[in-house]
Design a protein around this ligand. Structure first.
Ligand code: ADP
Ligand code: 5GP
Length: 207
């Protein structure tokens, strides 16, 4: 078994920045990642699958999960609830997997308090006009929903400086590699190598 523990990587970014696309690329190009599947009260978009993209659940079930403390965090985003189920994340980290949470800013801050060693990455397109183009080009939301998401992006931009890493998603392939490198490098941090440190200390004491 590996001596390094799994890295918890929190990825946030404006709606339409390309987070979902990046996650898909990362998982198809590289081994060893576990993507946490959130629960949401939002309706599925065309092509989205229950259990793969989200657990699509009703408001009542979401509230029951809140009362059972089944979420690491949950947040209201525009008109819906989104939450990170606790069990999957803890099981995967314990198994030494790198776990990615693709969540919005409020949730990211709550997770960071509970898991201080987590790394945080903020994804943005190169400029605001491109964000609008991507949101409109996706053709999954009506104009009023897009307006709500752009307004939310403005609010989120006030908090993006709190993140450890900035990822400007211009060229998709390049950005995917950068994200992989950020997470890979996190494995070299001293606080991710507690077991190695303890072992070599033990070995040296025994010499
Ligand atoms: P998010 O998950 O952040 O809301 P998506 O992954 O759904 O964003 O991407 C929004 C739109 O932008 C999609 O139509 C996607 O194909 C496109 N897109 C994603 N990444 C890039 C990129 N690097 N360059 C150009 N378009 C992109
Ligand atoms: P979308 O509706 O576009 O899939 O997601 C809307 C926003 O909710 C995105 O910013 C996404 O990162 C965020 N989100 C998805 N799952 C979770 C979650 O479990 N918790 C939190 N706090 N945000 C989430």
């Amino acid at each position: 078994m590996s001596e390094t523990t799994g890295i918890l990587a929190i990825v946030s970014g404006f709606s339409g920045a390309g987070k979902g696309t990046l996650m898909h690329e990362l998982l198809s190009r590289y081994e060893g990642y576990s993507l946490s599947v959130s629960a949401t009260t939002r309706k599925p978009r065309e092509g989205e699958m229950d259990g793969r993209d989200y657990f699509f659940i009703g408001r009542e079930e979401f509230e029951r999960m809140i009362s059972e403390h089944a979420f690491i965090e949950y947040a209201r985003y525009v008109d819906n609830y989104y939450g990170t189920p606790k069990k999957y994340v803890e099981d995967q980290l314990a198994a030494g997997k790198d776990v990615i949470l693709e969540i919005e800013v409020q949730g990211a801050m709550i997770v960071k308090q509970q898991y201080p060693d987590a790394i945080t990455v903020f994804v943005t397109p190169p400029n605001a006009a491109e964000l609008k183009r991507r949101l409109e080009g996706r053709k999954t939301e009506a104009a009023d929903v897009i307006a709500g998401r752009l307004k939310r992006a403005g609010e989120e931009s006030e908090l993006m400086a709190m993140y450890d890493y900035l990822l400007v998603n211009d060229d998709l392939q390049e950005s995917t590699k950068k994200l992989h490198d950020i997470i890979t490098n996190a494995h070299a941090r001293m606080n991710a190598n507690g077991e190695f440190v303890s072992r070599i200390q033990r070995e040296l004491r025994a010499m």
